[in-house]
Design a protein around this ligand. Structure first.
Ligand SMILES: Cc1cc2nc3c(=O)[nH]c(=O)nc-3n(C[C@H](O)[C@H](O)[C@H](O)COP(=O)(O)O)c2cc1C
Length: 200
């Protein structure tokens, strides 16, 4: 039987990683982004999440290189359809939305209905996948930003990504390097979020 590594060997490094992770805004990203091999590694890590019933309730769509501008055209078109009076300035923002980072990975939640595994648990698994993607990116020296913004909820964007009726966008994970050093945000106090249950 393979011997488990003693916990104190690897835990400090892993905890350092978890305790230092923070997002870097998609608005302030630059290249280089992960290459094809690194993307494969990130997605492999992100697929190693708890998954009740082995359903694989998520999948990944990579948007990089020229596809980012092509996706921007779809966003601008979607905006124009919803808001025919949208200004040229707003349309230009949409055209460039996916150009903010070198690589964007859309994490798609896909639920199987009519089975005993609750939908909620399948969606949570997709969330775990997004977060694992962010942590893996941090461990590889990239910065990540898990965001949804309006495109995650737009039917034309859904269509462009080839989403089926049982699928939803859990997030767009922008990947790259920060333009400026990251500043952390306040984190919740342990006392405010943790309590010990005691029998009544
Ligand atoms: C499902 C989900 C969707 C999010 N969507 C957005 C978004 O659209 N825009 C945004 O600014 N932050 C969004 N966030 C928050 C960022 O991912 C991130 O938590 C925030 O920028 C703070 O950074 P931190 O990871 O360092 O705490 C979202 C988070 C989650 C979990």
């Amino acid at each position: 039987m393979t011997q488990q590594k003693p916990l104190n060997v690897s835990a400090p490094e892993t905890l350092d990683l978890l305790l230092s992770r923070r997002s870097g805004s998609a608005k302030a990203m630059q290249g280089p982004g992960p290459n094809a091999e690194q993307i494969r590694m990130l997605i492999t890590a992100a697929s190693r999440v708890p998954d009740h019933g082995k359903l694989t309730p998520w999948r990944f769509v990579i948007i990089k290189d020229d596809a980012r501008a092509a996706f921007g055209d779809i966003l601008a078109h979607a905006l124009k359809t919803n808001e025919p009076d949208a200004s040229d300035e707003r349309l230009a923002i949409e055209e460039r939305r996916f150009l903010r980072a070198p690589v964007v990975i859309a994490v798609v939640s896909r639920v199987v209905t009519g089975i005993k595994i609750p939908e909620w648990e399948q969606i949570l698994s997709a969330g775990a996948s997004c977060q694992t993607l962010c942590i893996a990116a941090h461990s590889m020296g990239f910065v990540a930003n898990w965001i949804t913004e309006w495109p995650a909820y737009n039917s034309r964007v859904r269509e462009a990504l080839g989403l089926h009726a049982n699928e939803r966008i859990a997030g767009f994970v922008y990947l790259g390097h920060p333009v400026e050093p990251l500043v952390d945000r306040p984190r919740p106090r342990y006392e405010d979020i943790a309590s010990e249950w005691t029998p009544q």
